[in-house]
Design a protein around this ligand. Structure first.
Ligand SMILES: C[S@@+](CC[C@H](N)C(=O)[O-])C[C@H]1O[C@@H](n2cnc3c(N)ncnc32)[C@H](O)[C@@H]1O
Length: 204
């Protein structure tokens, strides 16, 4: 297991402002707890951008038999649907938050971590063969309704007992689609929801 310390998140220069330190710490801590509890399965992140959160998830599982899987369009955000519309979220537009796969790989190399599996594509085009058979922890950071709902549908059958899903922007009025997706999903699927800052933490 890695000698990774959560405290490094307080000191490090982060790769982007897409996740704040307090939330980043909680995301990584949730993953750490999954590992400590012996919940099996790989780690997936949908919406990795330049890798701000990915590098810490990679550091955490470094040296273990878990694999990190990263998914992104590398074309930025898709179009919004009605559930994503918010008068305070006008800055989020199609094509925003574009990072290239090359940028991500450069950042991961600089962090000196084992290279994750990286899949480029729209989440709606991914199929069950694109995700690991056993998933213990998932971080969903796609900002929009379908960008959260599509990964939820894809990963749910492969979650191991005790798996945890963290969804960013659940309590962010600029990005209401994330909360719509989580709330709709939990109406028909069992999971205990905890809200921390803007994160939804779903204990399955
Ligand atoms: C907020 S950023 C992710 C930030 C990242 N977790 C970090 O810590 O740096 C959202 C990312 O999700 C990707 N994205 C959003 N919706 C997507 C979709 N439907 N399919 C593929 N990628 C998507 C965007 O390209 C963007 O890079």
């Amino acid at each position: 297991m890695s000698a990774f310390s959560l405290h490094s998140i307080d000191r490090d220069v982060l790769l982007s402002d897409q996740v704040d330190r307090r939330e980043l710490k909680r995301i990584v801590q949730e993953c750490q707890q999954v590992i400590e509890k012996g919940v099996t399965g790989d780690v997936v992140e949908f919406g990795c951008y330049v890798g701000t959160s990915s590098v810490y998830l990679a550091k955490l599982i470094e040296g273990s038999d878990r694999q990190l899987y990263l998914y992104d369009s590398f074309e930025g955000l898709p179009e919004k649907v009605a559930k994503d519309q918010s008068p305070v979220g006008l800055q989020f537009r199609s094509g925003e938050l574009l990072a290239t796969k090359r940028q991500l790989i450069t950042n991961l190399k600089r962090a000196n971590v084992t290279m994750p599996v990286i899949k480029k594509g729209w989440f709606s085009d991914l199929t069950p063969s694109d995700v690991p058979a056993n998933i213990g922890f998932a971080f969903l950071d796609g900002d929009y309704y379908h960008s959260v709902m599509d990964p939820l549908k894809l990963i749910w059958p492969n979650l191991t007992p005790g798996a945890v899903i963290v969804v960013d922007d659940y309590a962010n009025e600029a990005l209401p689609g994330a909360a719509h997706a989580v709330n709709e999903w939990l109406r028909t699927h069992s999971g205990k929801l905890t809200v921390y800052a803007s994160l939804a933490i779903i204990q399955t």
